[in-house]
Write a protein that binds this ligand. Structure first.
Ligand SMILES: *Cc1c(COP(=O)(O)O)cnc(C)c1O
Length: 346
């Protein structure tokens, strides 16, 4: 099979030798019986990293999100989500199907709510209303842009919501990219949020896994909800061992950001539409309208030159830099993009 430089996502990163060795050697128990030592260790690390009382390992970001909502809300309540959020758009309507909540979407350019609008939608209980009982955020925002939401805005949202007794949940699939970009420890960045999740299976290179951190009470409930969703695995330590390796190297995510920056600058020089101000972490959104190509045509031809990118709109594609396409490969990606554009123009 042909080897591609695969920039469609950071989820394509594979466990390296260190991680595979850790998985092979993992000490295991039984997660449902609560005695898998490696899972317990990873969960302690997660709680500490995010400065929360407790933490739960799940199989995926989607499961963390749905488990969080199940644990933090009741049926018939209302939750606020970004209109472009993963939770609202890409989780098979799990909010409605699993938790039975009514998502109220608000626009949030750059992952930022308008505080006045947010306040107006923190609705109380009355004869006809569904009370707002959770506010959700996403950082980095969103999966096709990777924009950093800074602490100041998170704190403002939390202050507003908490003032009405409403908790805040952070879908932090790529929160460690935000923390790395801000040079801020995750516990500082997330201090005011009530709960936060992070994907281990994206740029950190794990095969499977996500963490959900929050109060001891919330995580105790989340543990039962995860069980209900079928997430009560047994020798989970095999996967948690990979998670421990991953968490220990989260600061290396900065390398991905440097690669993305240099790739973005090169793509811009080739005449592609790239907004450098919006290349804040590992994700590059490329506008193809300046070269008048569709995403399908561009990605199809680029693949022939050995590079995979992901179509995200009719005339936009995304590339995500990650540890499996190292610094030395960035010039090869640029060469492929140049060849691709030449061949389509010719
Ligand atoms: C990837 C992602 C998720 C879901 O993670 P999975 O592990 O793929 O289920 C949730 N939220 C955001 C913002 C993501 O980017």
């Amino acid at each position: 099979m042909r080897e591609y430089l695969d920039l469609r996502s950071d989820t394509v990163t594979r466990p390296d030798e260190e991680m595979r060795n850790a998985m092979r050697d993992a000490e295991v128990g039984d997660v449902v019986m609560g005695d898998d030592p490696t899972v317990l260790r990873l969960e302690r690390m997660g709680a500490e990293l995010f400065g929360k009382e407790a933490c739960l390992m799940t199989v995926s970001g989607t499961m963390s999100n749905q488990t969080a909502v199940l644990s933090m809300t009741g049926r018939g309540e209302q939750i606020i989500v970004h209109d472009k959020s993963h939770m609202f758009n890409l989780e098979v309507a799990g909010l409605a199907q699993i938790s039975g909540v009514q998502p109220r979407t608000l626009p949030a350019p750059g992952g930022r709510y308008d505080l006045g609008e947010l306040e107006a939608n923190l609705i109380g209980t009355a004869i006809q209303t569904a009370p707002t009982t959770l506010v959700c955020m996403e950082n980095t925002f969103n999966l096709n842009q990777g924009l950093v939401v800074e602490k100041e805005h998170i704190d403002q949202v939390c202050e507003l919501a908490h003032g009405k007794g409403v908790p805040v949940y952070m879908d932090g699939a790529r929160i460690l990219n935000a923390a790395a970009a801000l040079d801020m420890e995750p516990d500082v960045l997330c201090r005011e949020t009530d709960a936060v999740s992070v994907c281990l299976s994206k740029a950190l290179g794990c095969p499977v896994g996500s963490l959900l951190a929050g109060s001891a009470e919330m995580i105790e409930k989340a543990r039962r909800m995860r069980q209900m969703l079928g997430g009560g695995w047994r020798q989970g330590g095999v996967l948690a061992a990979a998670g421990i390796v991953a968490l220990n190297r989260w600061k290396e995510l900065k390398q991905d950001h440097l690669r993305a920056r240099s790739l973005a600058e090169g793509l811009l020089k080739l005449g592609l539409g790239v907004n450098l101000e919006q290349v804040q972490t590992n994700i590059i959104r490329i506008d193809l309208s300046p070269v008048d190509l569709t995403a399908a045509a561009f990605c199809g031809r680029l693949a022939e030159f050995g590079v995979l990118a992901k179509p995200v709109e009719l005339q936009a594609v995304r590339m995500i830099c990650h540890r499996d396409v190292g610094d030395e490969k960035i010039s090869a990606v640029l060469q492929a993009a140049a060849d691709c554009l030449n061949s389509l123009a010719g």
